[in-house]
Design a protein around this ligand. Structure first.
Ligand SMILES: Cc1ncc(COP(=O)(O)O)c(C=O)c1O
Length: 379
């Protein structure tokens, strides 16, 4: 057996996220909520979903929520409701999860990628002017890792060009930009409740939030086969509804979200404090006026792959979000991009590493992660 404490078989693994720890704390509340749904035997478009829509929209600072089957569907339906069609172009950052782009492609439209800012990994607003064409029909701003994008500039661009703006808030529910929550800046905003998200369901679920009554009505139609009345469809739609079981579970979790976000923020502060002593590692940047919700705590390191292997040997989980920017995905090879087209995004893809981050993470675990990083940097 190794004499190194972190190589010892008895050392407790530190996963990158830990849903079991959360369930251990709230399991009884969840089971009560599930039992409530089972006793009503109403599973689709019922009271739980309607209540959740209100309970999410209000704190996000918008009037309407429309529950859908996933964050991806939220994007597809929001784009469609904003008028995006086959042959259109949609501007979006190349550093994001593939769903941001594939939602555009699902409508037969073309994603037009933009580079990101190297210190925030979010869309560089200067790129929008460079990439706009007469076929541009919408803009998607992604708040990657839970950090708000530069909304002043992005909103100003969209307004000046009269383009609908959609916020991809999949990773950023509750994040604040200059005193306002993300999701309240665009014409519509999309949430994902994928299980590992800051507010995660026990399966797939998502929501579109908006201040526009007209858009909300359209979205309710689109998620339900284009039906404007029972068995009367005026356009092709989808079956994309957030079910009652997931809604009930999410309503329980929503009551804990503010505490969980607080824990994430204090873990991030602790990581950043300890990492100040570690050269060659860049902690995440939180620009003035932004409140990051740390869906991910993402560092940068030139020897990232070796660092990740080192952490794995010390039983510390970490993940690369994302190793391939969208413009270099095989899915988009037909768009003809090549390495070097978006240098900031490409460099980030080689250097970023997300460390363990979940509300139940302990201070001693954070210290162990940083110790392991410091040990790697020295050798
Ligand atoms: C930035 C971003 N957009 C969209 C999605 C899609 O959400 P879902 O997995 O709920 O379809 C995700 C989920 O991982 C995401 O991280």
């Amino acid at each position: 057996m190794s004499t190194h404490p972190q190589l010892n078989a008895a050392v407790e693994p530190i996963p990158q996220f830990d849903l079991c720890a959360q369930y251990a704390a709230i399991g009884a509340e969840i089971r009560t909520a599930v039992e409530r749904v089972l006793s009503t035997q109403q599973f689709v478009l019922g009271r739980e979903g309607a209540a959740l829509e209100e309970e999410i929209a209000a704190p996000c600072g918008v009037a309407y929520g429309v529950g859908v089957a996933s964050g991806t569907d939220a994007l597809i339906l929001a784009l469609r409701a904003c008028g995006v069609r086959s042959g259109d172009e949609v501007l979006l950052p190349t550093s994001t999860f593939v769903a941001t782009g594939s939602a555009v492609s699902a409508l037969g439209a073309t994603p037009v990628f933009t580079d990101v800012r190297p210190e925030t990994y979010n869309l560089d607003p200067a790129e929008l002017e460079r990439r706009i064409t007469p076929r541009t029909r919408a803009v998607i701003a992604v708040h990657l890792y839970g950090l708000p994008a530069d909304m002043d500039s992005i909103v100003a661009f969209a307004k000046s060009r009269q383009l609908p703006l959609i916020e991809d808030c999949a990773q950023a529910i509750g994040a604040v930009y200059k005193g306002r929550r993300v999701g309240s800046f665009g014409d519509a905003a999309c949430l994902s409740f994928y299980p590992t998200k800051n507010l995660g369901a026990y399966g797939d679920a998502g929501m579109v939030i908006t201040n526009s009554q007209q858009l909300a009505e359209r979205l309710r139609t689109l998620r339900n086969h284009g039906q404007t009345a029972k068995y009367l469809s005026s356009e092709p739609g989808w079956n994309s509804r957030l079910d009652e079981m997931q809604a009930a579970i999410l309503r329980v979790k929503l009551r804990h979200l503010a505490d969980w976000q607080g824990s994430r923020r204090s873990h991030a502060a602790e990581y950043t404090r300890l990492l100040e002593q570690v050269p060659g590692v860049m902690p995440p940047h939180e620009p003035e006026g932004c409140e990051h919700v740390y869906h991910q705590y993402t560092i940068r390191c030139e020897r990232r792959d070796a660092l990740q292997q080192h952490l794995a040997r010390r039983k510390i989980g970490s993940t690369v979000y994302y190793p391939h920017p969208l413009h270099l995905q095989p899915l988009y090879s037909h768009l003809g991009h090549k390495a070097g087209d978006f240098p900031h995004a490409e460099r980030a893809a080689q250097e970023v590493l997300s460390l363990p981050m979940y509300p139940e993470l302990r201070k001693d675990q954070i210290a162990r992660v940083v110790e392991a990083i410091a040990e790697f940097v020295k050798c």
